[in-house]
Design a protein around this ligand. Structure first.
Ligand code: GAL
Length: 663
């Protein structure tokens, strides 16, 4: 892994018509890249119309172009030829574009990406044929296929198969209501470079405290204080790594909507509990959602800072107002942060149109001037801004169910109530295209194998999250696989230093720590459709297995790769593998820092690190380890370059003990 500066930031802004007041960039952090005026260079590429519907923006594209992105898409990898409706939704069960975290940004394999700065539910038509102008005749189009196809596909399948468009292919964006929009045209040598620049435009990737990269366990929502302490004790006694213990709704007197007041019947001494947990190495995370119950001390102060509809009888605060963000931040600081709470889980800020209509309607009015549609697109980002501010200078790493545009710097991982493992893997692969992090969280399992397969995916993702919110027991106990789960979670802990360096690159260069293979290897055609594998840091490829099989095809880019668990060597290409563990491969020529696992991370932690040298490494091969001076936003970072011969203490955090050669 090398740290280098992205030399050429090529982000161009082009304005069309009169953009709206309420747009994501208005609330986003400062860009950490230069933004050039792109009107002269790229303005002509687009055609723009302001119509009675709103704005229509078109961009001619080569029909062979591949299109990725649009936020946390759980149903499709490559969006070429499809229609995507960019709308927040808590129940995104179809490939419509709806998602917990929609982002009006896509990236192509043709050296550019486009971010459309709108809080409207825009629709992207990813490759449609324009009618030819007078004089031109377009005679392209498929012939009617044979009814009986040898491969068993039906006549209808063939008829409707996505075909390449003709010469007049365009990507069109339909933006309702707006009479103009700003577009960011981002150029780069490959997908990774375009995505990294989008992340720098967003203020750089987030930099979690190291404990955020350990394991998070969320306890049963029915638990009382003593039960929470008991499960914490059990985690420690059974030697299961855990950094963060999350409390689910019942710590509050009222939830759905929320009171933001401790339920002292269940939790008689919250301060004492947090103290005990902290002493035992746990950070405490609180669940909440931002609909404010009439019994809440926040209610009267938020009354004039909220929209004109209630949700679950609670106010919907307008966090587009600085004063509303401050009210929430001050309250959280005094009541939760000052007692030692380290992070929060911000639930239900996506829209729940199909789950009982529990969110606010699109025509809601908010005092900031935003309407419900716009506020849905901004809710998660603004809500997390307010809560993050309550922590002051302390860095945090929490969970959230909605984020949107320009959100890379927000230290939150997305999660879902959906639970299809295959979709969860696609979430891991896709989230990195749009400045998002996603946790394929583990809850219950069908059987032992399902539990282990899910834990494996969670171990190799941005956050290892066990959400036992409806499970009184440690979820793996009933499947009799505690030893295997412990081993997997220890594997996660052994990779925290490696992952921390990857996050540092996310923070300073915008490079996503977890990303699709097409980001780095788009010149190899197999990568264009490789939707069930991903890079974990720069040097590891992860190819999860879904329960029910122990084999799969794995595509590896050109070069040499080594099975992380067995050391077996592979050449680039497609391999059919049969395994007992998740297929993980390390790039030949890598020096991988592997730590002796610890059960939790605090400021006294010292990682003893063995360097795993894969394939042909020599004195010039290096990797980096990053240490921070403290856990604040003002921390200074030291980047240690480590080579084959490095030994001993690099900083209080790292001690290099030896090398293992894997050939
Ligand atoms: C859901 C959330 C779950 C859990 C649950 C508690 O909305 O997605 O993870 O927190 O609420 O009631």
């Amino acid at each position: 892994m090398t740290l280098r500066k992205v030399k050429k930031m090529s982000v161009y802004k082009i304005s069309f018509g009169t953009p709206e007041e309420t747009v994501p960039s208005k609330f986003a952090p400062h860009p950490l890249c230069e933004v050039y005026d792109g009107t002269a260079l790229f303005g002509d590429k687009f055609s723009f119309k302001s119509t009675r519907r709103g704005s229509e923006l078109s961009l001619p594209v080569d029909p062979s172009i591949e299109i990725y992105g649009f936020g946390l898409q759980l149903k499709r990898f490559n969006h070429k030829g499809t229609k995507k409706y960019i709308r927040p939704n808590s129940d995104p069960i179809k490939d419509t574009g709806d998602t917990h975290a929609p982002v009006p940004f896509f990236v192509t394999n043709a050296g550019f990406g486009i971010y459309v700065d709108t809080a409207r539910y825009a629709t992207f038509y990813c490759g449609r044929e324009l009618r030819p102008t007078a004089g031109e005749v377009n005679i392209s189009g498929g012939s009617v296929p044979d009814i009986a196809n040898a491969d068993g596909s039906t006549f209808v399948d063939a008829l409707y198969a996505v075909r390449e468009g003709g010469e007049n292919n365009v990507v069109t964006v339909d933006i309702p209501t707006a009479s103009g929009v700003d577009v960011y045209y981002i150029t780069g040598e490959n997908i990774l470079s375009v995505v990294s620049q989008y992340n720098m435009l967003s203020g750089g990737g987030c930099m979690p405290p190291m404990w955020g990269l350990g394991c998070c366990y969320r306890a049963d929502m029915r638990f009382s204080e003593s039960e929470v302490l008991a499960i914490a004790r059990e985690l420690r006694m059974s030697d299961i790594p855990c950094d963060v213990l999350g409390l689910e709704p019942s710590w509050q007197t009222r939830t759905y909507s929320s009171s933001f007041v401790w339920n002292t019947e269940k939790f008689p001494d919250p301060e004492g509990m947090v103290d005990k947990l902290r002493k035992d190495g746990f950070r405490v995370n609180l669940w909440e959602q931002s609909f404010i119950h009439p019994s809440s001390p926040l209610f009267s102060e938020m009354l004039n800072k909220s929209g004109n509809y209630l949700v679950w009888n609670g106010l919907v605060p307008d966090y587009a107002l600085e004063s509303a963000r401050k009210t929430l931040a001050d309250y959280h600081k005094t009541n939760f942060v000052d007692m030692g709470i380290s992070s929060f889980k911000l639930d239900e800020c996506d829209s729940g149109d199909y789950t009982g209509g529990w969110s606010f309607p699109d025509h809601t009015s908010f005092p900031s001037g935003a309407d419900g549609e716009q506020y849905h697109a901004l809710f998660g980002t603004l809500y997390s801004q307010a809560v993050t501010a309550s922590l002051g200078p302390r860095r945090t790493f929490g969970q959230i169910r909605n984020l949107g545009s320009l959100a890379a710097s927000y230290p939150y991982v997305l999660y879902s109530d959906l639970y299809n493992h295959k979709d969860f893997v696609l979430g891991v692969v896709n989230s990195g295209f749009s400045g998002l992090l996603w946790a394929p969280e583990v809850r219950h399992a069908e059987n032992r194998e399902d539990m282990l397969r899910r834990i494996e995916t969670a171990v190799f993702s941005a956050e290892t999250l066990i959400n036992a919110c409806y499970l009184r027991e440690l979820p793996w106990k009933k499947h009799g696989c505690t030893d295997e789960v412990r081993e997997l979670l220890r594997t996660r802990m052994s990779l925290v230093p490696y992952l921390f360096s990857a996050f540092y690159e996310y923070h300073t260069m915008g490079k996503p720590p977890v990303r699709a293979l097409v980001c780095d290897f788009s010149e190899e055609p197999e990568s264009l459709t490789c939707e069930n594998e991903y890079l974990f840091g720069d040097s590891m490829i992860v190819a999860p297995i879904i329960s029910g099989t122990s084999e799969r095809d794995v595509w590896l880019p050109s070069g040499e790769w080594y099975d992380f668990f067995t050391g077996q060597k592979y050449e680039g290409g497609t391999h059919h593998v049969t395994v007992t563990h998740i297929p993980v491969f390390v790039r030949g020529g890598t020096l991988l820092p592997v730590a002796s696992p610890v059960n939790y991370i605090d400021r006294n932690t010292c990682f003893n690190i063995t360097l795993h040298a894969y394939g042909s490494v020599d004195g010039n091969t290096s990797c980096t380890l990053v240490s921070d001076s403290d856990e604040t936003y003002n921390a200074t970072y030291t980047v240690h370059t480590v080579t084959l011969s490095t030994r001993g203490s690099l900083s209080p955090l790292y001690n290099i003990t030896g090398v293992e050669i894997i050939k």
